[in-house]
Design a protein around this ligand. Structure first.
Ligand code: SF4
Length: 459
């Protein structure tokens, strides 16, 4: 990932960025195979292999471990100079052999790093040749993930697409299950989505589901393959489910849900269930598809969220907020902020994705001052200085900007490297939205309290 620190000047210990269109300075996105490796952790018995240089796997493991605070194994075919010149077929074959011997996986996912893409490795052909030399084929799913083209969001969805394309092939009897295709969300949010779906008396098939693999219980012994993940049989039966809820409005083609649609599944595209309206839409669709009424505990959680809005709306009304991160998060949080009366004055993503702009056009004119896509943190800080947010919401990479601006940061999304508990942050559903609303209100109150000469204790 290119990081060129040429566009910032120090002045009175405050970094004042200068817009430099020639360079990306502190990118607002991460590398594509990272997303593919993360998606792999949500499939039962799967292990991730990156075809390319070893440093890429090391960096990706470090990022995932530092965010989730769980061990994550990512294998590499370990390119050196000769593989870069002559190709990496032998290394890929050796890596697959080693993985099979050491991990005994049910499936291996292969994603490409920049060097393999740059030298033009024909990975599907190499995998075909590898399996043709064996008595029994090793199940492998492949996704092309060139980081100079896309970031971690696209890498994540490319791998989910590859998994669904390869494995969701069963055309048997209908099953009383609901498929959910989430974007990159926390393990706690994955668990809560499953809880909501199961509340309607049906099975939930989430792809991927790393709610246990990346937020497991403490163990006496290290396990190379953590328990959890979506079972391969469940993925196989996805076309027979009652419905498939694709929670990525800002996704780019090819989509996993398009594959399922071609195989006869019914698809429903929704935004992330953050806030009353978005969660209502999720819940109403489940009611419609299952024929089961909303469970009482969900009705109570909805009531509590509304009660929270009534208690706290005067503290958030008209407040100016800066958002950055994955496009789906930014779009969903902007809609949530509008619902609670706050203003998402600047919305930024590093993804090269015009869909964020389109999604934000659904809000009333004037709700958002600036939308930035394919952006970096320097441009985002410049936009913040123009739009004067009172709060930032995003991953921990924006901490420096919040500090420079003297405003609080609510850490959400990926990565969060300077706090613990990222895997347990829950903002989806009525329950998660209540936590989110309280957190926003309390950060704004704390800022007001800290700036007060009086130091009052009733706010
Ligand atoms: S895949 Fe590309 S962007 Fe990612 S770590 Fe490797 S070289 Fe860097």
């Amino acid at each position: 990932m290119t990081t060129v620190n040429t566009a910032a000047v120090q002045e009175d210990s405050v970094v004042r960025p200068i817009h430099n269109p020639q360079a990306t300075v502190n990118p607002c996105t991460l590398c594509a195979p990272l997303g593919a490796a993360l998606a792999t952790t949500g499939i039962q018995g799967a292990i991730s292999l990156l075809h390319g240089a070893q440093g890429c796997a090391t960096y990706i493991r470090r990022y995932l471990i530092s965010h989730f605070r769980e061990p994550v194994d990512v294998a590499s075919s370990s390119f050196g100079e000769s593989q870069t010149v002559f190709g990496g077929e032998d290394n890929l074959s050796r890596a697959l052999d080693n993985i099979e011997q050491q991990y005994h996986p049910d499936i291996v996912t292969v994603a490409t790093t920049c060097v393999a893409e740059t030298v033009g490795e024909d990975v599907p052909m190499l995998l075909k040749r590898y399996n043709s030399r064996r008595n029994k084929a090793l199940p492998v799913v492949y996704a092309a993930t060139p980081s100079y083209k896309d970031g971690h969001v696209e890498g994540f969805h490319s791998m989910v697409h590859g998994i669904v394309q390869s494995l969701a092939t069963n055309t048997g009897a209908p099953r009383r299950a609901v498929n959910v295709l989430p974007p990159l969300i926390s393990p706690a949010d994955l668990r809560h989505l499953r809880e909501i779906v199961q509340g309607f008396g049906v099975k939930a098939t989430l792809v991927p589901d790393y709610s246990d693999t990346l937020d497991g219980v403490i163990l006496d012994e290290y396990r190379a393959m953590p328990e959890g993940g979506t079972p391969l049989d469940d993925i196989s039966s996805m076309p027979q489910s009652l419905t498939t809820i694709d929670l990525t409005m800002t996704g780019k083609a090819p989509r996993a849900s398009d594959v399922l649609a071609r195989r006869g599944a019914q698809i429903h595209l929704l935004g992330l269930p953050v806030g009353i309206r978005a969660t209502d839409a999720f819940v109403e669709h489940l009611t419609q598809m299952t024929g089961v009424a909303r469970p009482q505990w969900l009705a109570q959680e909805r009531g509590r969220l509304l009660d929270g809005y009534a208690d706290g709306h005067k503290y958030v009304f008209g407040k100016r907020v800066g958002l950055y991160g994955d496009p789906e998060w930014v779009a969903s949080l902007a809609t949530f902020l509008f619902e609670i009366g706050a203003r998402p004055v600047v919305c930024a993503t590093g993804a090269r994705n015009r869909a964020l702009t389109k999604a934000l056009e659904q809000l009333p004119p004037g709700s958002v001052d600036e939308v930035l896509d394919d952006t970096d943190f320097v441009r985002f800080e410049v936009a913040c200085r123009r739009t004067n947010p009172e709060l930032l919401i995003g991953n921990s990479k924006g901490y420096g900007i919040a500090r420079n601006l003297g405003i609080p940061l609510l850490r959400l999304g990926f990565p969060i490297h300077d706090r613990i508990g990222a895997g347990r942050i829950q903002v989806l559903g009525y329950r998660g939205s209540t936590w989110l609303f309280d957190s926003i209100v309390n950060l704004l109150l704390e800022r007001k309290q800290n700036a007060s000469d009086v130091g009052y204790s009733y706010l």
